[in-house]
Design a protein around this ligand. Structure first.
Ligand code: NAP
Length: 466
């Protein structure tokens, strides 16, 4: 047999998860000049692009333009997409081992972290991850219901996801019309009764996880006034000292913007958004029907750990707030993949710099790799996943040269296609996606919107004439 990675014996790689990390990994493999690779990219959804389609806020269209790069990768020779094919259901890890020299898991982080407080699971308290997937038209979440008859909503956490949720709750219909938000979400949000929204940070303004442009954008919404309480905008001594020592310009600017909201007066806009700092919910209260009606929050103070990080600790000061809707936005979490070692405490695949590990033996599993949020946890922006995926692919290429990849029994490209056609005859190819994309864009154009998404698998099949 000729060497692996040549025209005669191309390096055949299965990538599971068609989000940014999957595409960055495919790109790096297909751009090698001295290695001929073939990439099959699998996704359980019929559509590619993962969180760029189903996570990035619909009013952030510019961020979504990264799909142009992914589209160029998908049109390269050696690339195939198998959508609507789920690992563990339609194909197993053993199937992949039989057909590929290497497997790369890039499934992201699909669930939410838990707060661990009483009342967290009352009706009306939702993980932000579900709301985000719903308003973005993710087929698995389109039938979820969120009680938008309520007037007051709290979002726990002050990361960029929390800010996305706040904007989507506070935007006017006209603003939402300019986005590719799911049709049903546009209607539900346009008719919502939401008047007051609270973003709740457990630490102070200097430690807020959201980024500067995101907090600035909150002050630019058409139908929503933004407020911050003066006593919560003021930095405590530890934060002042740490900021002065670090001369971190981005954080200084972020604090300046937050503090500028203190002077805001109501301008008669329909909605208000209040950013709260140094508070943590300790309990959600329900009514007799088990529906959330209020929350108790505790005031926090900061202390410095031995490592110098400023952490929150609760004081004796409590406050109760009536609240009809709660979104928990305290971080995403990875979910295990059947047959892949999972590090439960971290919510990631067991790995060493992207090489999947067998934790019992503390040894690398030959030919298996991971990249993105399921490798390192849910941090960073989309572009952060590029170097991360490159690192994992480079290890794969090193291992190929060292001759320690998998030894598939049936590595030819036709065999896996035949298997999938048999197991999942209604899988979606990249050519199918191109057609769906064109239709979504055309439907959007007809309504003066960037795109109108198909939000169910049946709709997608019907659109393709199946
Ligand atoms: P994140 O940035 O990690 O923020 C999580 C937030 O939850 C933090 O404010 C954190 O506070 C808070 N938190 C954690 N545990 C908590 C608890 N028990 N009680 C109260 N608060 C708690 O996560 P994310 O917002 O889900 O975003 C994930 C990643 O995607 C981030 O890297 C983010 O920047 C990125 N993203 C980017 C954009 C964009 O570029 N526009 C949009 C969306 C997401 P502490 O800091 O005190 O832990």
């Amino acid at each position: 047999m000729s060497a692996l990675g040549t025209a005669e014996t191309p390096l055949r790689v299965a990538i599971v998860g068609a989000g940014p990390s999957g595409f960055y990994a495919a790109d790096h493999l297909l751009k090698q000049t001295d290695v001929i690779a073939q990439v099959d990219l699998f996704d359980k959804l019929p559509t590619p692009f993962g969180l760029v389609r189903n996570g990035v806020a619909p009013d952030h269209q510019k961020i979504k333009s990264v799909t142009k790069l992914f589209d160029r990768v998908a049109r390269k020779e050696g690339f195939r997409f198998f959508g609507n094919v789920e690992l563990g259901v339609d194909v197993t890890v053993d199937d992949l081992r039989d057909h590929y020299h290497a497997i790369m898991y890039t499934t992201g982080a699909q669930t939410d972290r838990r707060m661990g407080i009483p009342g967290e699971d009352l009706a009306g308290s939702y993980p932000a991850t579900e709301f985000v997937a719903w308003y973005n038209g993710h087929p698995d979440y389109r039938d979820y219901e969120f009680d938008l008859t309520q007037e007051r909503a709290a979002i726990i956490g002050v990361g960029n996801v929390a800010v996305d949720v706040a904007r989507i709750l506070c935007r006017t219909r006209e603003e939402l019309m300019e986005t590719d938000i799911a049709d049903y979400a546009l209607e539900a949000l346009s008719n919502s009764n939401i008047k007051e929204v609270y973003l709740m940070g457990r630490r102070g303004p200097a430690q807020a996880a959201f980024t500067t442009p995101e907090v600035k954008e909150l002050g630019e919404m058409q139908g929503c006034d933004v407020f911050v309480l003066p006593e919560e905008a003021e930095l405590d001594d530890l934060s002042k000292k740490s900021l002065a020592e670090s001369s971190d310009r981005a954080t200084n600017r972020k604090v300046e913007i937050i503090q500028s909201y203190v002077d805001n007066q109501p301008t008669g806009k329909d909605k208000s958004l209040t950013l709260r700092f140094l508070v943590s919910p300790t309990e959600l209260f329900g009514d007799d029907d088990g529906k959330v009606v209020g929350m108790r929050i505790v005031r926090n103070e900061l202390y410095a750990t031995d490592a110098g990080t400023l952490r929150p600790r609760s004081t004796e000061h409590f406050e109760e707030m009536p609240m009809g809707l709660v979104f928990r936005s305290i971080g995403y979490r990875g979910v295990p993949l059947p047959g892949v070692p999972f590090r439960e405490s971290w919510g990631v695949i067991w790995n060493r710099e992207g090489r999947v590990l067998d934790p019992e033996a503390d040894e690398v599993l030959p030919g298996e790799y991971t990249a993105g949020w399921i490798k390192r946890g849910p941090s960073g922006v989309i572009g952060t996943n590029k170097p991360d995926a490159v690192e994992s692919v480079n290890y794969m290429l090193d291992d190929m040269r060292a001759g320690v990849l998998l030894s598939p029994t049936t590595p030819d490209a036709g065999a896996i296609e035949a298997l999938i056609s048999q197991r999942k005859p209604d899988y979606f190819s990249y050519a199918d996606w191109i057609k769906l994309d064109e239709l979504e864009l055309a439907n959007g154009e007809a309504q003066g919107r960037p795109r109108v998404k198909f939000t169910s698998v049946d709709e997608m099949k019907a659109a393709l004439g199946r």
